[in-house]
Design a protein around this ligand. Structure first.
Ligand SMILES: Cc1cc2nc3c(=O)[nH]c(=O)nc-3n(C[C@H](O)[C@H](O)[C@H](O)COP(=O)(O)O)c2cc1C
Length: 251
C-alpha cells in the first residue's frame, strides 16, 4: 500500500490551530450577511494550502437553493458562498482523503469564526457552480458565512469514550487519550460516529467498517492534530484497521 499522505503534511502551527478550532466548530445552518474581502481572501488561501494531493477545495457563489431541508435539523440558509471539496476518482481512497482535506479547511474556517457545515447528502448537485476535470467529483460541500446567532456553548451529542475505545483510554498515554477525545468530538454524517479506537505498542489504531469514507478521514485529521510534536509515523492498516499512528514523545 502507498505511503500515508498525512505524514508530516500539516505543520505544528496548523495542528495547534486545529486543536483549538475543533472545540469551537459546530454545524452552522443559519448565516447572515456576506463574508468581508479579507476573510474571503484568507479562506481562499487556506483552501489552497490544506489539500492533500489529488483533492482540492474551490470557493464559489451559491444561494439558499443549493440546500434542501432535512427533518429535525432544518434547511441551511442565508450564506452567499460555499466551498466544494473535490477529489480525483483515480485516488485509492478519494473520500477518505477528502475527509482529511475538508476537515482541515473547516477547522481553518472555524479559527476565523466562519460558520461551516459538512454536507454530503442534502444538497442539489446541479446547483454546484464548479468546473470539474473528467476524473473529478464533488465529495461534499460546506456553506461559508458568518453565523446568524452567536453560538454560545457548543452542544454535542456524542458517544462516551468508553463506547468508541476498545480498552480503557485512561490507561493509555496522554497523547493517545487526547487523540481519542479529539475523535469523539469530530463531526460525522448523521452523527453516526462510525469509528473505534484501540491502543497498543505505542500505536493508536483507527478502526471502521468502510475505509473510503469522509467520516474516517475527518477522524484521522483530528488524531493527527491532537497528537503532539514527538516522533510520529502514520501507516495504513489492514481489515478493520484503517490506519494507525505510531508516536513517541521527544526526549
Ligand atoms: C461527512 C458528513 C456529511 C454530512 N452531511 C450532512 C448533510 O447532508 N446535511 C446536513 O444537514 N448535515 C450534514 N452533516 C452534519 C452532521 O449532521 C453533523 O456534523 C453531526 O450531526 C454532528 O453535529 P456537529 O457538527 O454540530 O458537531 C454531515 C457531516 C459530515 C461529517
Amino acid at each position: 500500500m502507498s505511503a500515508h499522505p498525512l505524514d508530516h503534511f500539516y505543520s505544528p502551527s496548523q495542528r495547534v490551530r486545529y486543536r483549538d478550532a475543533m472545540l469551537r466548530r459546530y454545524s452552522c445552518r443559519a448565516f447572515s450577511g456576506v463574508l468581508d474581502a479579507p476573510t474571503l481572501a484568507a479562506l481562499n488561501y487556506a483552501a489552497a494550502r490544506v489539500c492533500l494531493p489529488g483533492t482540492r477545495i474551490v470557493i464559489t457563489d451559491c444561494t439558499d437553493a443549493l440546500f434542501f431541508g432535512v427533518p429535525l435539523v432544518g434547511r441551511i440558509h442565508g450564506m452567499k458562498k460555499c466551498a466544494c471539496i473535490i477529489a480525483s476518482s483515480r485516488l485509492e481512497n478519494p473520500r477518505l482523503l477528502s475527509g482529511i482535506s475538508g476537515e482541515a479547511f473547516i477547522l481553518e474556517a472555524a479559527a476565523m469564526n466562519v460558520g461551516t457545515c459538512w454536507v454530503s447528502g442534502s444538497y442539489r448537485r446541479k446547483q454546484v457552480q464548479v468546473e470539474l476535470k473528467d476524473d473529478e467529483f464533488v465529495a461534499a460541500v460546506t456553506p461559508l458565512g458568518m453565523p446568524l446567532k452567536s453560538p454560545g456553548q457548543v452542544i454535542r451529542h456524542r458517544k462516551p469514550l468508553s463506547q468508541i475505545c476498545l480498552s480503557a483510554p485512561d490507561q493509555w498515554p496522554l497523547w493517545a487519550y487526547r487523540a481519542a477525545e479529539a475523535v469523539r468530538i469530530a463531526p460525522s454524517a448523521v452523527n453516526l460516529q462510525p469509528w473505534r479506537l484501540s491502543y497498543s505498542q505505542r500505536a493508536l489504531r483507527l478502526l471502521g467498517s468502510r475505509r473510503d469514507s469522509l467520516d474516517l478521514g475527518i477522524a484521522m485529521l483530528h488524531i493527527d492534530a491532537a497528537a503532539g510534536d514527538g516522533r510520529r509515523t502514520w501507516q495504513w492498516g489492514e481489515g478493520k484497521c484503517i490506519a494507525h499512528l505510531l508516536y513517541e514523545e521527544n526526549t
